[in-house]
Design a protein around this ligand. Structure first.
Ligand SMILES: Cc1cc2nc3c(=O)[nH]c(=O)nc-3n(C[C@H](O)[C@H](O)[C@H](O)COP(=O)(O)OP(=O)(O)OC[C@H]3O[C@@H](n4cnc5c(N)ncnc54)[C@H](O)[C@@H]3O)c2cc1C
Length: 399
C-alpha cells in the first residue's frame, strides 16, 4: 500500500530500526536518558528469525577476537547485572568458559587466528582470572571432554552464558516502561536524510526522526544498500541439541561453556553449553562460512544429515556422554564483515544515521555495551568506550 506524503508523520528524537540484540540495548539506553525514542521491528522481538535466539550465547571477558573488545564485554556484564538486580531475572550465568586448542596453534580463520593465545594475552592485559590446563587436567576436571595430548585449555571462571531472548525482552520491557515507543510488526522500507532529520518509510506509514540507529542485523545490507551490501555477508548457521546419557548427566549439568578449535580451517571449530536445568540436552554448533544467503530466503529446515555431520566432524572423539541422534536443531544467521570484526559507524551519506550492526557472529556478549555506545554517540557525539576500530574507513569502499 502506498503511503501518502501528505499524511502527518510521527516524529521522534531518535529511531532505532531493528530491535534484536543491538537495537533492544540501544532503545533501553536511550529511554534511560529520557530521549523521545521509538524502536521499530518487522517482527515482535524476541523472535527466532534473526541472529538472537536459541536460549544461550557464550560470554567471556578476555576476548580472543581482540583486546579491543574487552571493555565492551566487561561493561556489558555490568549492565546485565544491573538489569538482573532491577528485574529479578536471570540473564547471565557465570559457569566458566573453557577454550581448547592445540599448543602453538596459529590459524583458525581471520578473527580467531591463535585464538587461545590471544585470549591469554587479553586476560593478562586486563588482569582477568584464568587457569591454563593441560589435556590430562581437562579430562580430570571435565570427563565429558577428551582432548588430544597436544591440546591445552584456557579456563576463565568469570565466563559463561547469557539468555539472549530474555536479555532482549527485558531491555525492551524496561525501554517501554521508561517511555520509549515501539512499532512492532512494522517493516522499514527505506531510510533517507530529509532536511534536519531522517525520513523513515515503513509498510505502515512514515516517521521522522532527528537521528536513526540502524541495527537491522542480517537485513542491514538489503535495507541500507551500498556500501553495506558489499561489506556485510549473511550466512546460515545451525544449532543442534543432543540428549545427554544418564551416566554423564551430572558432568553436563555442571559443565562450563566450551569453545574448541581442532584444526587450521575456520570450519574446524565448534562450541557448546551445559545442559540447562530440566532439559537433559546440550546445545552445540559449528560454524559455516560458505553458504551466503539473503535472510528472507534462508532454508530454515535442518536435515538429519546436518546433525550427523556435526557429530562426525566435531563431537566424535572430543565430547562424551551424548546420545547419537540430535533431539532438535534450528537455524540462525551470522552476518560477517571480511575481517570478522564489527561495523559501528556513521552512514557515509548522513551523519544522522548510525549503523550498529551486525556483529559477525560474536556480538551478543557485547550488545548491552554497544547499545550504550550507540546512545552516547547519537546524544553526545562521543562514546565512553573507544569503538574506532570498528569504523567503516578500514574497508576500501570506493566504487
Ligand atoms: C548460531 C549463533 C550463535 C551465536 N553465538 C554467539 C555467542 O555464543 N556469543 C556471542 O557473543 N555472540 C554469538 N552470536 C552472535 C550474536 O548472536 C549476534 O552478533 C547478535 O545476536 C546480532 O544481533 P543484531 O541485533 O545485530 O541482529 P538481530 O538480533 O537479528 O536483530 C535485527 C532485527 O532487525 C529487525 N529488522 C531487520 N530488518 C528490518 C526492517 N527492514 N524493518 C524493521 N525491522 C527490521 C529484525 O526483525 C531483527 O529483530 C551467535 C549468532 C548465531 C546466529
Amino acid at each position: 500500500m502506498g503511503v501518502s506524503r501528505m499524511s502527518v508523520a510521527r516524529s521522534y528524537d531518535v529511531a532505532v530500526i531493528g530491535l534484536g540484540a543491538m537495537g533492544a540495548a540501544a532503545l533501553y539506553q536511550l529511554a534511560k536518558r529520557g530521549v523521545k525514542a521509538v524502536g521499530i521491528d518487522r517482527f515482535s522481538p524476541p523472535h527466532d528469525q534473526g541472529s538472537t535466539h536459541g536460549e544461550t550465547r557464550i560470554t567471556r571477558q578476555a576476548i580472543g577476537e581482540g583486546a579491543v573488545y574487552v571493555p565492551l564485554a566487561l561493561r556489558s556484564n555490568e549492565i546485565w547485572e544491573e538489569l538482573e538486580a532491577e528485574t529479578g531475572e536471570r540473564l547471565l550465568t557465570r559457569n566458566g568458559c573453557l577454550i581448547v586448542e592445540a599448543v602453538n596453534s596459529v590459524s583458525n580463520g581471520v578473527v580467531r587466528a591463535a585464538f587461545l593465545d590471544r585470549t591469554k594475552q587479553a586476560a593478562k592485559a586486563y588482569g582477568i582470572p584464568h587457569d591454563m590446563l593441560d589435556a590430562a587436567e581437562i579430562r580430570r576436571r571435565y570427563p565429558q571432554f577428551t582432548p588430544r595430548e597436544d591440546e591445552i585449555g584456557y579456563f576463565e571462571p568469570g565466563g559463561g552464558y547469557l539468555n539472549p531472548e530474555r536479555c532482549v525482552g527485558v531491555q525492551l520491557e524496561r525501554a517501554r516502561a521508561l517511555g520509549a515507543a515501539a512499532e512492532l510488526g512494522t517493516r522499514v522500507l527505506s531510510v533517507s536524510p530529509d532536511g534536519n532529520g531522517v525520513r523513515i518509510i515503513t509498510d505502515r506509514g512514515e516517521l521522522l526522526a532527528g537521528q536513526v540507529i540502524v541495527s537491522a542485523g542480517a537485513w542491514a545490507p538489503s535495507l541500507l544498500g551500498e556500501p553495506f551490501k558489499r561489506l556485510l555477508t549473511p550466512s546460515r548457521q545451525v544449532m543442534h541439541w543432543f540428549e545427554v546419557d544418564p551416566d554423564y548427566a551430572e558432568h553436563w549439568s555442571k559443565s562450563p561453556v566450551f569453545i574448541w578449535s581442532h584444526g587450521p580451517s575456520p570450519n574446524d571449530f565448534f562450541y557448546g553449553f551445559p545442559s540447562l536445568s530440566g532439559t537433559n540436552a546440550i546445545k552445540t554448533a559449528g560454524e559455516q562460512y560458505d553458504a551466503f544467503v539473503h535472510p528472507d530466503e534462508i532454508e530454515r529446515a535442518v536435515t538429519p544429515a546436518e546433525s550427523d555431520a556435526m557429530r562426525a566432524e566435531h563431537l566424535s572423539g572430543r565430547v562424551q556422554g551424548l546420545r547419537r541422534q540430535a533431539l532438535r536443531a534450528a537455524t540462525c544467521l551470522y552476518t560477517m564483515t571480511s575481517d570478522s570484526n564489527f561495523l559501528i559507524d556513521r552512514h557515509p551519506e548522513s551523519d544522522r544515521i548510525l549503523v550498529v550492526s551486525p556483529c559477525s557472529g560474536h556480538g551478543f556478549k557485547h550488545s548491552a555495551a554497544i547499545g550504550e555506545v550507540a546512545a552516547q554517540w547519537v546524544l553526545d557525539g562521543k562514546t565512553g568506550i573507544d569503538v574506532s576500530a570498528f569504523a567503516l574507513s578500514r574497508f576500501k569502499i570506493a566504487a
